[in-house]
Design a protein. Structure first.
Lengths: 251, 357
């Protein structure tokens, strides 16, 4: 469980996140939405421990996240950040195998189980056929599937995603979302997800956090947050809600 | 299905092992051949039998073997050719290893051993020493030591400048490297200008040559390069993760700050040692990692030790050519750059064709 209390975050003198307090329950898909510049990515980076809050604290299963070493953190949570750019020609298999690093000591050879997990992760994301190809030669969507496979191979109880499916085609977006749901239900994994497609949010979330200008606009069950008036006000767009099926965005 | 996986695992490891062993065997044979060719070639002809006698006699301190030869032969092999060959090998290897490390740490395939201004620092130190030795009476500053000092000081300045709230960013390292480097090269120009007609000594040093290598240079370069290769090889897995960027490294359990410090220190010390004994030898640190990545992939656990071998081999060949091709010696830095440049262009074009934009 995540417990975020009174978190403020400054970059220079600019206050990016203002006095956030909320918690994320074990075993739910927690989606963060909000307009550009509302602080979604910054919030996610605080949750990963990469940024330190200027004030307030973030507890991960009761432990202050600042107290955890990178190794300990990497065994608790796996992250896909926006725009990962790998410059060097690692094979896809090597990249997914990097997900096992948190569980291995320096220079320890991957065991049979490590291999099995990597192959399972690549099969789940339908990337096993790429195992020998270089990550630098893949398209954006294919790369994102490899990153998802690496996250699965990390086998962490928390998965944090920052628009991790933005380059995938609709088929794989839905497949990946279903895969996450499967993990949540079967293994009790907790997923924190930044998504732009409001339609997807409705279908693949439990709780939704609507951020605006670094503050919580709405937070709660998806049905309460994904209401016509909330979305229209925050995003300044027109939407039509469809009962039980999310909403239709009107240009 | 189960069978398919087994097959895949096997194939993966077999393919990788084959490549590594074939590359290692080929390089070893090549190195041995180059070593004997190089020690054989030179202005004075000395037969293979005499060479063997000198080396064996000196290594095992057997006066009876050495007494079979005249002193000059013994001195040419033991005091001139052998240290030069060793220097060429370890300087080349060192530059290649530090190039590999710098590229990964700075996340920039275009980086090399000199990107952070270490070489300009060395040149600045050497220029001051040469200038004072010529111009001021009673000065005899060892040029190698001055160059080494200049390199290390520059490195400290660049690392301090790159810190933002205690955090070293790769982009900052490159930028402050460029800034410090251009200030220092203006300084070098100033000294050259002040040196007047003695400018040749400074220019000659900077061109990159191994002609003044003796055993004392070997004893500087060898231990630094050996340690600077072994330690990073041991931690190479963290370097793989670090080459994906700080965030990725952290999320996969590596402390980016801590491991970056280890790798930067190792690579910079190697560069400082290499530049201080040989001057500036271009393109070895840039090309070797690229050549190896084409064959072995991006895994630094293989790249670092192989960079040592291939870099050493290449510079030894280049230096032998520099030494015997013409009547007067060609600076080896000229050869590596003239051959390395076009080759690098080839890799560059080839890579761009295979890449999504």
């Amino acid at each position: 469980m995540y417990k975020i209390s009174n978190v403020n975050f400054f970059i220079g003198k600019r206050l990016i996140l203002k006095d956030l307090s909320f918690s994320i329950r074990q075993g739910e898909i927690f989606t963060i939405i909000g307009p550009n510049g509302s602080g979604k990515t910054t919030l996610l980076k605080l949750l990963t421990g990469f940024y330190k809050p200027s004030s307030g604290e973030i507890l991960l299963d009761g432990i202050d996240i600042r107290m955890m070493t990178p190794k300990a953190l990497s065994q608790k949570l796996s992250v896909i950040s926006q725009n990962v750019n790998i410059q060097f020609p690692f094979t896809c298999f090597e990249v997914v195998m990097m997900g096992r690093n948190p569980k291995l000591a320096n220079n320890q050879k991957p065991s049979k189980r490590d291999m099995d997990v990597v192959i399972w992760a690549m099969e789940k994301t339908n990337t096993l056929q790429y195992w020998d190809r270089l990550i630098t030669e893949l398209s954006g969507g294919e790369k994102q599937r490899i990153m998802l496979a690496r996250t699965l191979a990390q086998e962490t109880p928390y998965i944090l995603l920052d628009e991790a499916f933005s380059d995938m085609d609709m088929h794989y977006v839905i497949k990946s979302m279903k895969l996450l749901r499967e993990l949540v239900e079967q293994k009790g994994v907790t997923v924190v997800n930044i998504v732009h497609d409001l339609n997807l949010v409705y279908h693949f979330s439990d709780s939704v956090l609507l951020l605006n200008g670094g503050k919580i606009e709405r937070l709660g069950h998806k049905v309460e947050v994904m209401k016509k008036e909330n979305i229209e006000k925050t995003f300044k767009i027109r939407v039509e809600s469809i009962k039980g099926r999310g909403m239709l965005i009107l240009p | 299905m189960e069978n398919y996986y087994k097959h895949l695992q096997l194939e993966y490891f077999r393919k990788n092992k084959y490549r590594v062993w074939i590359a290692l065997a080929a390089l070893t044979i090549l190195m041995i051949a180059t070593f004997f060719t190089s020690i054989n070639l030179g202005r004075a002809y000395i037969g293979p039998r005499d060479i063997a006698y000198v080396i064996l006699g000196r290594l095992f301190a057997r006066e009876d073997i050495l007494s079979l030869l005249d002193e000059t032969t013994s001195a040419i092999i033991w005091d001139i050719r052998l240290p030069r060959i060793l220097c060429a090998f370890f300087v080349g290897g060192g530059l290649a290893v530090s190039g590999t490390i710098f590229q990964s740490v700075l996340m920039n395939p275009m980086a090399d051993s000199y990107t952070m201004g270490v070489s300009t620092g060395a040149a600045f130190g050497a220029s001051i020493a040469i200038y004072l030795n010529i111009m001021a009476m009673g000065f005899a500053i060892p040029i190698t030591a001055a160059a080494f000092l200049g390199a290390v000081l520059t490195l400290c300045i660049v690392m301090t400048l790159s810190k933002v709230r205690g955090y070293l960013s790769p982009v900052n390292l490159i930028l402050s490297g460029i800034i410090v480097s251009s200030i220092l090269s203006a300084g070098v120009t100033l000294i050259k200008n002040a040196a007047g007609e003695n400018v040749g000594a400074i220019v000659g040093w900077m061109m990159g040559s191994l002609s003044s290598s003796s055993w004392s240079e070997v004893f500087l370069v060898l231990p630094v390069t050996a340690l600077g290769t072994l330690i990073p090889t041991y931690f190479a897995n963290s370097l793989n993760l670090l080459s994906l960027g700080d965030e990725e490294a952290r999320f996969l359990g590596v402390d980016p700050e801590k491991s970056r410090r280890i790798f930067l220190t190792a690579a910079s010390m190697i560069t400082a040692a290499c530049v201080s004994v040989s001057g500036i030898i271009g393109f070895v640190g840039l090309i070797v990692p690229h050549m190896l990545r084409l064959v072995l992939g991006a895994d630094n656990r293989k790249l670092i030790p192989f960079s040592m071998l291939l870099g050493g081999e290449l510079l030894l060949v280049a230096d032998t050519v520099a030494r015997v091709l013409l009547r007067t010696e060609i600076p080896v830095g000229v050869i590596t750059t003239m051959l390395g440049g076009p080759f690098f262009l080839f890799i560059f074009i080839r890579k761009n064709r295979r890449r999504y934009v």
